[in-house]
Design a protein around this ligand. Structure first.
Ligand code: NAP
Length: 266
């Protein structure tokens, strides 16, 4: 039996185990997906132990995504983003990857959102914001980053080719001519709030919210009412998992089954 898993703290509410195990069942793979909650200072020992036990791959989440970068050989994208969310332990050397970027890009493309040449606005410059900004830029979009802490937005923009960093108050101006908006802040998760003024949204926008609990955030509701195309955060969660699954197993992921399983639990 192959073992895969998730390392984070806490991981109790993770949707990754049912999503990945539904895929193993669908393809008849003898595999399991297990969650692990090491102490915050025990990531190195956890990764060594996982490797020694023959665990083939691990997802990594809060608070370990940045630390993992130092403990495995990151690929170029994970190094640029500065965070690893997927570790491949199948080779001689543990390698680190970031599937959040591809997760966001595949979520948008799956909804027929054209990215090459698009004007894209990313709200948030934490882990998700960094992944989305690099992903959009690599997909050919021109990227503006807006963040509550403006210096973080500017620092990120300095690293993303052609990008600019802004304060949140710039959002109405930035969005006036934009094609794509991604919320990569946690706003909307705890409360019925949006990081973007509803009046700044319009019908020519495609809006992805990385937040997936709730599925329809205030931002997505406002966007729908403004006539924008909306993509909820479960699509990004789905495709980051699909990318990890395909990397680890070498099999084409049963996307529909994974999607149904995920949505049945949200
Ligand atoms: P993070 O690194 O902690 O970054 C949090 C971001 O949210 C920062 O930009 C922060 O701004 C901003 N923020 C927090 N509270 C705010 C507020 N009250 N007003 C304005 N901005 C605020 O977190 P993360 O890992 O990037 O995750 C961000 C969100 O994305 C979470 O909801 C997470 O669940 C979601 N996510 C979803 C997926 C998916 O697959 N769907 C994947 C990854 C993350 P400051 O810099 O000013 O603090």
């Amino acid at each position: 039996m192959q073992v895969y898993g998730l390392v984070g703290n806490p991981v109790g509410h993770s949707l990754s185990p049912p999503m990945h195990e539904a895929a193993y069942d669908e393809l008849g793979l003898d595999a399991r997906y297990v969650t692990f909650e090491p102490d915050p200072d025990a990531l190195a020992a956890a990764l060594r132990g996982a490797d020694a036990l023959g665990i083939r791959g691990l997802n990594v989440t809060i608070p370990f995504k940045r630390d993992a970068l130092e403990l495995v050989e990151p690929d170029a994208l994970a190094a640029r983003i500065g965070a690893v969310n997927t570790v491949d332990l199948s080779g001689a050397e543990a390698t680190g990857h970031n599937t959040d970027a591809a997760g966001a890009i595949r979520a948008l493309r799956d909804h027929d959102v054209a990215l090459d040449g698009a004007d894209a606005v990313v709200v948030g410059a934490g882990g998700a914001g960094r992944a989305v900004a690099f992903g959009l830029s690599d997909a050919g979009a021109s990227v503006s980053v807006a963040n509550r802490t403006v210096v973080t937005a500017r620092d990120l923009a300095d690293e993303v080719p052609g990008a600019a960093g802004h304060d949140l108050v710039a959002l109405p101006d930035l969005l006036a001519d934009a094609d794509v908006l991604v919320n990569a802040t946690s706003v909307g998760m705890e409360e019925d709030a949006s990081p973007v003024p509803a009046e700044a949204l319009h019908g020519d926008l495609a809006v992805l919210d990385a937040v997936y609990r709730p599925l329809e955030t205030r931002l997505l509701r406002d966007a729908r009412e403004a006539g924008a195309r909306t993509v909820d955060g479960a699509w990004m969660l789905l495709y980051q998992g699909v990318e990890a699954f395909e990397r680890w197993t070498g099999e084409r992921a049963p996307v529909d089954v994974m999607n149904e399983t995920l949505r049945s639990r949200l």
